[in-house]
Write a protein that binds this ligand. Structure first.
Ligand SMILES: [Zn+2]
Ligand SMILES: [Zn+2]
Length: 303
């Protein structure tokens, strides 16, 4: 039994005085709270039983004990670039740059706060994926740049359900991650062959784009839709890279039409902030023109 005015912390089992902090099994002590703050996102522990909180504190006991002794390194331990003075993030046992923190957050489908409660050893393995590294090395140590292989192995777009929210996020699977060594080594020659096939079919251009969907854009204001003369042409880059201000030409039986690409976006219809659409990518070309002459299945020659 606890003495008068004292309580027993359900996490560490020690007696304590004062208000304490709430978890599912009652109040716990401030000593535990200090540790809890390092490994739980704010308020996350409020509804957890003491045993669960204790298990997590035990799991990270070494990192918690060493927390204050961790110094900022010169370079980011993930990407190896110089660690910026401000644009960095504290993990439980390390500092990483914000660029890597953002990638980790996206790959884990979580927030920065949750990333900050993890150890470097939990995050680093994610960065072995080809899409993150920009390619993959084969067993002989030759690095194969992903951009050069996307014509044969484009990223596979899937949807990921956001828990607790009525929505989806786009998620990409990189087929390069699951290639055998033989397949990876054969890929550059396959890519060259595919490029030659497209050139033979469509002629020599900066890029070739295959249209699959045309969307007229609108502004929404006070519940009304205001259409404007802007369209998004969705599809994929079959060959080459497309940049802002490139000219697109569509040839049809009734004649040739040309228009300027104003903006570029990825597969999400509301995004138009890319500077480049690379070979093999799905995405959108934004144009300001009346677009009564482009249809799904059309091939755009970009120059
Ligand atoms: Zn305690
Ligand atoms: Zn980094």
């Amino acid at each position: 039994m606890a003495k008068m005015g004292t309580k027993v912390c359900p996490i560490c089992g020690k007696e304590f005085k004062g208000l304490g902090n709430i978890c599912k099994d009652g109040d716990y002590c401030n000593e535990c709270e200090k540790k809890v703050r390092l490994v739980f996102v704010e308020d996350e522990e409020d509804h957890l039983p003491a045993a669960k909180i204790r298990a997590k504190l035990n799991k990270y006991a070494d990192a918690i004990a060493a927390y204050d002794s961790i110094k900022k390194p010169e370079t980011c331990p993930i990407c190896g670039k110089k660690l910026p003075k401000l644009m960095n993030m504290r993990l439980l046992d390390a500092f990483i740059c914000m660029g890597c923190a953002e990638k980790a957050r996206d790959m884990l489908h979580t927030g920065y706060a949750a990333v900050g409660c993890m150890c470097l050893s939990e995050i680093q393995p994610l960065f072995g994926q080809a899409a993150v590294q920009g390619g993959r090395a084969d067993s002989s140590g030759v690095f194969h740049n992903a951009d050069a292989l996307r014509i044969v192995y484009p990223l596979i777009r899937t949807l990921w359900v956001v828990p607790g929210e009525d929505g989806y996020e786009v998620e990409y699977i990189d087929p390069l991650d699951s290639l055998s060594d033989e397949e990876l080594q054969a890929a550059p020659a396959l890519a060259e062959q595919r490029r030659a096939e497209f050139e033979a079919k469509y002629g020599t251009h900066k890029a070739i784009f295959e249209v699959d969907k045309i969307t007229k854009l609108y502004n929404e204001s006070k519940g009304r839709r205001h259409y404007r003369n802007e369209y998004r042409i969705g599809g994929r880059v079959l060959l080459g890279n497309i940049a802002l201000r490139d000219q697109a030409v569509v040839k049809r039986a009734e004649g040739t039409k040309e228009f300027t690409i104003r903006k570029l976006g990825d597969c999400r219809e509301y995004r138009s902030d890319l500077k480049e659409l690379k070979e093999g990518m799905e995405g959108g070309l934004f144009v300001e023109a009346s677009l009564s002459f482009v249809y799904p299945g059309d091939i755009l020659c970009i120059d």
